[in-house]
Design a protein around this ligand. Structure first.
Ligand code: FES
Ligand code: FE
Length: 439
């Protein structure tokens, strides 16, 4: 069932509710595909995943089969993974390296620039047949920012930079942590959730206060390992929620030292890593100045690039994208981003942090999945129609409020209604001084 009014948004009364059919309706998902996924910029992968000429990764993006490949000329391209002959998938592995892509059906062969270079029995075709017309096709828009590659299936989107708006600064804050550039650890962490994709968006970037309840086990583990060994770390600052434009949003909060052996040393990382980490910190402060440098070293950030790409810069740097398969079933892909120069124990520690929280047997992700699947199961009680997301509507939103999901939902609703963007993303009462976001 789909209703006209999927969201109640009344900042004056402090009411924000989402109708639960937004998570269960096939009609809503069909509209999302048409008006959101077919019209926004969507994340494909990171350039470092295709480091050498001929390297490729295969991805399903916005329902389309794609692959990203680095040509012999060094350029990264994205193609539709469909043979221009009669349609078979040209790239049949998730990743690899190849000089050419030969279709297994009738052996048409394409080079890494997508040009058709081989057709068996070419003389069997009429004179009008021209190989040049049959090169692999690509999405109408392909863009890259700091190595993050996006595509859009619409010609009408603004440039990627314009679309990213305030999220560019956050991608910079992530990318600049590396002194020799970032790379994605090879391989994709893929899992499926029996819940709607938007539940995971909310959970990933805009739901800081589930940490105390859902991740209690992790907090107990961490407090033993980190807080006690650090002599106790009091985190009074609750951080903030910010709109970054176009539905993108961030939760930013003080680092508590669990996961990022970047430039904030904690006893957790071991005495032998201390000098190295502190030296990085000095270089970052020198390079980026005290304010930005400290922000990079001492704060963590989870942010959303609308509609479904999230970056979790907290226990390591995880890139996560959620793709709806059905209203109640989602495929999640994750990758870990690391500074190229980080090797040995520090890299090992970071990857262990990733597994400790995000891994299949970790303290974090499986608990989140359990919570989301539980919500989805609860929606079978159709008579209970609304979910509440009003927390923090009456105050300057912190990381334990729900402003970030409200920003997401406002943009989501506007696009679903065919508008190019939401008329209002924050909690401001029309006619009042802006509330709910800080500049
Ligand atoms: Fe690819 Fe025929 S479908 S060669
Ligand atoms: Fe969580």
């Amino acid at each position: 069932m789909m209703r006209d009014g999927l969201i109640v948004d009344d900042p004056e009364r402090g009411v924000f509710r989402v109708h639960r059919s937004a998570f269960t309706s096939g009609e809503v998902l069909a509209l999302e595909r048409e008006r959101i996924f077919d019209r926004c910029w969507l994340y494909v992968g990171h350039e470092s995943e295709v480091e050498a000429p001929g390297d490729y990764v295969r991805r399903q993006v916005g329902g389309r089969p794609l692959f990203m490949v680095r040509g012999e000329d060094g350029e990264v391209r994205v193609f539709y993974n469909t043979c221009t002959h009669r349609g078979a998938l040209v790239c049949r592995r998730d990743r690899g390296n190849g000089k050419v892509f030969q279709c297994f059906y009738h052996a048409w062969t394409f080079n890494s620039r997508g040009e058709l270079i081989g057709v068996p029995d070419e003389e069997g075709y009429p004179a009008s047949f021209d190989r040049r017309e049959f090169g692999l096709r690509g999405p109408p828009r392909v863009g890259s920012y700091r190595g993050f590659v996006f595509v859009s299936f619409s010609d009408e989107v603004p440039s990627l930079e314009e679309y990213l708006a305030g999220a560019r600064e956050y991608l910079d804050l992530v990318a600049d942590q590396a002194e020799e550039g970032m790379r994605v650890i090879q391989g994709t962490h893929r899992f499926h959730i029996r819940a709607n994709w938007k539940l995971f968006v909310e959970n990933t970037v805009g739901d800081g206060y589930h940490f105390q309840t859902v991740h209690e086990t992790f907090l107990q583990f961490v407090s033993k390992l980190v807080f006690q060994s650090s002599g106790g770390v009091a985190v009074e600052d609750r951080g903030r929620h910010l709109s970054l434009g176009n539905g993108h949003a961030v939760t930013e909060y003080p680092a508590y030292g669990v996961g990022r052996p970047i430039a904030l040393w904690y006893p957790f990382f071991g005495e032998d890593a201390r000098e190295e980490i502190e030296a990085i910190r000095r270089r970052m402060l020198q390079k980026y100045g005290p304010e930005r440098g400290r922000r990079m070293c001492e704060s963590m950030r989870n942010f959303l690039i609308f509609p479904n790409f999230t970056v979790l810069d907290f226990v390591g740097i995880s890139l996560r994208v959620m793709w709806p398969i059905r209203p109640d079933y989602t495929e999640v892909l994750q990758w870990e981003l690391v500074p190229r120069e980080e090797q040995g124990d520090r890299l090992q520690r970071r990857l262990e942090n990733y597994l400790t929280f995000q891994g299949p047997g970790g303290f974090g992700n499986p608990d989140d999945v359990e919570a989301l699947e539980s919500c989805q199961a609860g929606y079978a009680a159709e008579e209970v129609e609304w979910s509440d997301l009003s927390r923090g509507m009456h105050r300057q939103a912190t990381s334990v409020d729900e402003l970030v999901p409200r920003i997401f939902w406002r943009q989501w609703l506007a696009l679903l209604q065919g508008m190019p963007r939401a008329p209002r993303l924050d909690d401001a009462i029309p006619g009042e001084v802006t509330r709910g976001t800080r500049s």
